[in-house]
Write a protein that binds this ligand. Structure first.
Ligand code: SF4
Ligand code: FES
Length: 337
């Protein structure tokens, strides 16, 4: 008979939740959801070993546990700290945490250019959101910023090293999802940079996933480059019978044209399932896909602020009787508007 594992209780910003022993504070907060979930720029639940690099997820542990109620002396990274029974944590209720987060954003922006108006990641950039919610209005940095020589890492992925925040997610993708990692972080301290060894192209079946996990615009899709702003495109969930991956994707339409294909993302901005390069780059016609309907946008996004789901249904949906029926609610709403 299997023994039931006793759960541990943790209280975050006054809300108590019971979780499995060994759960991190961040994942306990994700089980509660909403505003108390700390931001995470480097942790990625689908990538083993990720986290502990960016410090955006810092929280205050005001009570260590039931057995040892002493508070932890310093703020801790919630993605790397395990909950203890009776632990009490402060996130948005702690002015100390809010102040520290402001400092982290300031540090991340020391070298990150504010080139959002020309960056393809604008509108879906975690650093943009973080700076908006936690950043200061001005920079105090007066020194010259880092610059890098341009490196070509292949015909599909564009690297802008000056935007990289060294979160390591892309190297974990290459290590864990692809069979051949040819890039990594070279150098130390502020001389660290993402590079390919002997400038070899990143080219294997799952390499495109580095684009989806990159929290900023350091790795973007060359096939979508400068084609459109993300908020002018309409995301639609679709699938195909793919022998390599699950084939479940989001198609980003402009009119009737698919401008790019990405993996689907959950409410924490993480991909649900990694997709292969054939789905991402080689199948950009509507006929290649079985369309399920408009993507539900949970995550903070400029698209949700445009009430995308209330907008006019896509032309491709309007022509197909089956899709019209499947999207009846949306059609009725659009007619009223
Ligand atoms: S390129 Fe992107 S994913 Fe890779 S380390 Fe830099 S910020 Fe992270
Ligand atoms: S998300 Fe915890 S340190 Fe980056």
């Amino acid at each position: 008979m299997s023994e039931e594992i006793a759960k541990v209780k943790v209280t975050i910003d006054g809300i108590t939740v019971e979780v499995e022993p060994g759960t991190s504070i961040l994942n306990a907060a994700r089980q509660i959801g909403g505003d108390i979930v700390p931001p995470a720029m480097c942790y990625y639940s689908k990538l083993e070993g990720s986290g502990g690099k960016c410090r955006t997820c810092l929280v205050k542990v005001s009570k260590g546990s039931e057995k040892d109620p002493r508070p932890m002396p310093k703020l801790v990274a919630s993605c790397r700290t395990t909950v203890m029974d009776g632990m009490e944590v402060e996130n948005i209720t702690s002015p100390e945490v809010i102040e520290a987060r402001k400092g982290i954003v300031e540090m991340l922006l020391i070298n990150h250019p504010l080139d959002c108006p020309v960056c393809d990641q604008a509108g879906e950039c975690d650093l943009q959101n973080l700076a908006y919610e936690h950043g200061a209005e001005k920079t105090r940095y007066e020194f010259e910023r880092r610059t890098f020589d341009r490196i070509d890492i292949g015909d599909k992925v564009q690297l802008h090293m000056n935007r990289c925040i060294l979160c390591y997610r892309c190297t974990y993708v290459a290590d864990q999802i692809t069979d051949n990692r040819v890039h990594g972080i070279l150098g130390r301290g502020d001389a660290s940079e993402i590079s390919t060894y002997i400038e070899k192209a990143i080219d294997n079946d799952f390499s495109g996933n580095v684009i989806d996990v990159c929290p900023v615009g350091a790795l973007t899709d060359k096939t979508f480059r400068f084609k459109n702003r993300v908020w002018f495109t309409k995301p639609v969930d679709a699938h195909r019978n793919c022998p390599t991956c699950s084939g479940k994707v989001t198609l980003w339409y402009k009119g009737e044209e698919v401008l790019r294909v990405t993996a689907r993302k959950d409410q924490f901005g993480e991909v649900e399932e990694f997709i292969c390069n054939t789905c991402r780059y080689d199948t950009k016609k509507t006929n290649d896909w079985i369309i399920e309907g408009p993507t539900h946008i949970d995550h903070t996004s400029v698209i949700s602020s445009n009430h995308y789901e209330m907008a006019k249904p896509l032309p491709v949906i309007q022509k197909d009787q089956l899709l019209i029926e499947a999207n009846k609610v949306e059609f009725d709403r659009a007619t009223k508007i």
